[in-house]
Design a protein around this ligand. Structure first.
Ligand SMILES: Cc1ncc(COP(=O)(O)O)c(C=O)c1O
Length: 391
């Protein structure tokens, strides 16, 4: 057998695993011992928050974890606690547990699509969607948003992107990185569109607890809609709700037409893997009790960093931040004198400041940088000073 035959991998995988120039430069600087001011950090366990360590360890040390009694839908006690966290009439029966939100997408793409089918995913957004769809044999097409005083879903583009192979629409509420919460009008238009076109609607609400502006006309959560006209799958998880990404516990709430059948099929899919660990499920009710105090710390951090950013940008002739309604990140607009990737590389190499270029989040054209508001305030302020000085 020719060795190259053994190396022929599925065409669903990337053609190459070579890191992009920014990741390569970051790895080199760190290996040389340089300090990097990381303005992309999204791992809450690395941001100096005060975790109730003893309580978390006690929850994970419950004797319940010593026996194995798998339930494909997820343990009832965990689902009850998650339903109570969401409120809005959500019942434990309407939930499917997963090992993460990413795994939730994998299950839903398997549930809804056949190989070659399409899903519409938000653009700009979180960069994983293309791969999550592709790894399930589906292809992702962009559902664009545009900025005019605030972000708006482009409903015209949604109609245009529809094809006979489209099976589902994905939205992120609030979006990462734009911070856009859907308006109530957008929600009504979107659900009616999906109902007419026979599509399912996936709503990622991992950041829904992190609203940064008082509510106006925005959709605080899709669960406010008790009887949506199309199937609605809401995704969330402990990563953001309890700032505990290492627990690997996510969930899908299912509503709308066909919910009972969808839940039954999701449990069948989950049963093939049984990937949610017993300790995470046993600890979930207590971890959700501890979560509000952590979210309070995070919200205080997001507001403090946003204020620091605004005061650094005051009077700066060329830089502006876009309005942010919720979530952990913010967009900075700059004159597109060079590509955003070149700009990010320059900031890293000359200032030791790590930011993401807008293109990483599918922002079109140049002139956008993406900053995380989650990092410790001293690091954030020093990073912003370096950034403002260099731009
Ligand atoms: C919009 C969005 N959804 C999901 C996730 C990942 O969640 P999980 O850790 O549950 O897979 C992230 C992580 O940053 C995210 O930004």
């Amino acid at each position: 057998m020719d060795y190259s035959e053994w190396m022929r991998l599925s065409s669903r995988l990337p053609a190459s695993f070579v890191p992009n120039p920014l990741s390569a430069a970051l790895a080199r600087l760190r290996s040389e011992g340089h300090e990097v001011l990381d303005l992309t950090v999204s791992n809450p366990t690395r941001c100096g928050f005060r975790y109730p360590e003893a309580d978390i360890c006690a929850a994970l040390g419950s004797p319940l974890v010593l026996s194995y009694d798998p339930d494909a839908q997820g343990s009832r006690s965990a689902r009850k606690a998650i339903a109570a966290h969401h409120g809005n009439g959500l019942r434990a029966e309407e939930l499917q547990l997963t090992a993460s939100t990413s795994e939730g997408y994998g299950l839903l793409f398997k549930l809804l699509g056949d190989p070659g089918d399409e899903v519409l995913v938000p653009s700009p957004s979180y960069p994983l969607f293309d791969w999550l769809a592709r790894l399930e044999g589906l292809s992702a097409r962009a559902l664009p948003s545009y900025f005019h005083e605030r972000w708006h879903l482009d409903m015209g583009a949604l109609e245009a992107a529809l094809s006979p192979r489209t099976r589902a629409v994905v939205v992120v509420n609030p979006n990462n990185p734009t911070g856009h919460f859907l308006s109530l009008r957008e929600w009504a238009d979107l659900t009616n569109f999906c109902a007419r076109a026979g599509l399912a609607l996936l709503v990622d609400e991992v950041f829904a607890d992190y609203a940064l502006e008082p509510p106006t006309d925005r959709l605080a959560t899709a669960l406010l809609d008790l009887e949506p006209p199309c199937p609605v799958f809401l995704l969330s998880g402990l990563s953001k709700v309890a700032a505990l990404p290492q627990l690997k516990l996510g969930w899908i709430a299912v509503r709308g037409p066909g919910a009972a059948e969808h839940l039954e099929a999701l449990a069948f899919l989950a049963d093939q893997y049984l990937s949610v660990s017993a300790p995470a499920q046993a600890a979930a009710p207590r971890l959700l009790e501890l979560a509000p105090a952590l979210r309070e710390q995070i919200l205080a951090r997001l507001h403090a960093n946003l204020m620091a950013l605004d005061s650094s940008l005051e009077g700066h002739p060329h830089l502006a931040r876009l309005p942010v309604e919720g979530g952990w990140s913010v967009l900075l607009r700059r004159p597109a004198v060079d590509s955003d990737e070149a700009c990010a590389l320059r900031l890293l190499e000359t200032q030791g400041v790590l930011i993401h270029p807008g293109s990483f989040f599918d922002l079109h054209g140049d002139g956008h940088l993406v900053l995380s508001l989650l990092g410790p305030e001293t690091t954030f302020r020093s990073g912003i000073r370096g950034l403002v000085a260099a731009l």
